[in-house]
Design a protein around this ligand. Structure first.
Ligand code: BGC
Length: 477
């Protein structure tokens, strides 16, 4: 019989980030100036839902920060909305930056370490109109935006993700047409967009480090475990390996090797500036999918994605299954990026599960996987559950519910799901094992900021002096 992984020397580090993850468009409400608002207007949200007030964060994120604190979370990942900060090209909205400052301060007051993502799928309309990251000027524009954000918020945040899931942004936006700009099968364009995203990431990485010498900068890479639908079929095996490489290595491969993405690499393009531009590996891991050839399905580029009915899964998307919940796959994800030799943060993991049928089990199981990985020496530094309260799930709208708390978008009422207790238990037991603050009462949440996040006092005193005056010309490229 297998040993209980918790019997092994598998303690979570005392400063482990136990978090929840969110993104601006999905929670803030009232973001009308980005390409997702335009996509919604075009009727492209499959559920026909409207984002509306979302989780009302622009008015009151603080109520959710209190919720998060109530069950022991000590970190929170959010994104800042470029279309609010730079509503028109070169025009900056200081009130938007002030609101983000308020949010980050509110997190610190509650003993939570903020992780800020600079780009989580949304582009300002003016930027989208310029072809977004298909345009080489996007690199300069993204660097300038990064400089502005880090100059304004850098004394309150040390942990940054430049891009959320560039591989999803490219695959759904330029291969499958499911996300804006809705392009299908555009391999060369997709490679160009990936290349520019890598260059923009590297420029942002260097910009942030020029402002904060101790910054912790990476990005969030989505990882899917792919399996051939029929392992005996050579065609399915080939397709599975092809998709695995194209999807899981998209973006990451270029940062690892400094070479342009396929097929641009065939023209000898090299991108030495981007190589190694990350301080950690950020992984978003959700599920396992079976891949098979579908000769009669040109619409899906001859690929069929399935989940065997007997496998654990949450709710299905409107047209496609979301995926098998496969906690063991976390190991595959971590191993896949092991040669970066960097600390690992799980920046997202969760299940769409409105009735909370399997999420508590999924949380417990992912906890066990993390214990085992730690015991084996993996340098795991944080875990962020997606998500705190149900939020607007892109082209699925309100159809898929990932929250530890159920949200009624009309009334904004939040109802605790059993999953919140499962997560609170995992955090509490792991902290007790690590001897952090002798454990804490999840409900009372009497966390001491310094015990939970010792880096924070350093952050407050040192970062403010590290943030230099805004001066774009002084930055390295
Ligand atoms: C994205 C989130 C999304 C979540 C659940 C991730 O791919 O980063 O924005 O809500 O998955 O589907």
């Amino acid at each position: 019989m297998d040993k209980d992984p918790r019997d092994q020397n598998s303690r979570f580090p005392a400063d482990f980030a136990w978090g929840v993850a969110t993104s601006s468009h999905q929670v803030e409400g009232g973001n009308l100036n980005n390409q997702w608002a335009a996509w919604e207007k075009l009727g492209r949200i499959k559920s026909k839902d409207s984002v509306g007030r979302a989780c009302d964060w622009w008015q009151n994120a603080e109520q959710d920060f209190d919720l998060a604190k109530s069950f022991g979370v000590n970190a929170l990942r959010l994104s800042v909305e470029w279309s609010r900060i730079e509503p028109k090209e070169g025009i900056w909205d200081e009130t938007a930056l002030a609101r983000y400052r308020e949010m980050l301060k509110a997190l610190h007051q509650r003993g939570m370490r903020p992780f800020v993502t600079l780009h989580h799928f949304t582009n300002p309309l003016w930027f989208e109109e310029k072809q977004a990251f298909a345009n080489p000027d996007s690199i300069r524009l993204f660097r300038r935006y990064t400089q502005r954000v880090v100059s304004a918020l850098g004394d309150l945040c040390q942990d940054w993700a430049t891009f959320n899931e560039p591989n999803v942004y490219v695959s759904l936006g330029y291969f499958l047409g499911e996300f804006p700009p809705g392009k299908k099968g555009q391999f060369v364009l997709a490679a160009r967009v990936t290349r520019n995203l890598c260059l923009a990431h590297a420029a942002a990485y260097k910009t942030i480090h020029s402002l904060q010498s101790n910054a912790n900068v990476g990005w969030a890479q989505h990882y899917v475990v792919f399996k051939p639908r029929k392992p005996e079929s050579a065609l399915d095996r080939w397709l599975c390996a092809f998709i695995d490489r194209r999807f899981n290595d998209n973006f990451a491969e270029t940062i690892r090797s400094g070479r342009a993405p396929f097929p641009l690499n065939k023209f000898g393009q090299s991108l030495p500036h981007v190589q190694g531009t990350c301080d950690y590996i950020g992984i978003n891991y959700y599920s396992r999918l079976r891949v098979g050839f579908a000769f009669t399905s040109p619409k899906t580029l001859f690929v069929q994605i399935t989940v065997p009915p007997h496998k654990p899964q949450g709710d299905s998307g409107i047209e496609v299954p979301y995926g098998e919940v496969y906690p063991e796959g976390l190991r595959r994800a971590v191993e896949h990026f092991a040669d970066f030799k960097k600390p690992v943060y799980i920046l997202e993991n969760g299940v769409p599960d409105r009735e909370d049928r399997i999420r508590p089990w999924a949380i417990e199981s992912i906890g066990e996987q993390m214990h085992t990985l730690l015991a084996e020496g993996v340098d795991l530094r944080g875990y962020f559950h997606w998500t705190l309260a149900d939020n607007f799930e892109w082209n699925e709208g309100w159809h898929l519910r990932f929250g530890l708390f159920e949200l009624d978008p009309e009334t904004q009422k939040r109802t605790r799901r059993a999953s919140a207790d499962a997560y609170a238990k995992l955090i509490k037991e792991s902290m007790e094992q690590s001897g952090v603050a002798g454990g804490f009462e999840a409900e009372a949440a009497g966390m001491s900021r310094n015990e939970i996040h010792p880096a924070e006092s350093v952050l407050n005193s040192e970062l403010s002096s590290r943030v230099v005056a805004e001066n774009e010309s002084g930055f390295s490229k």
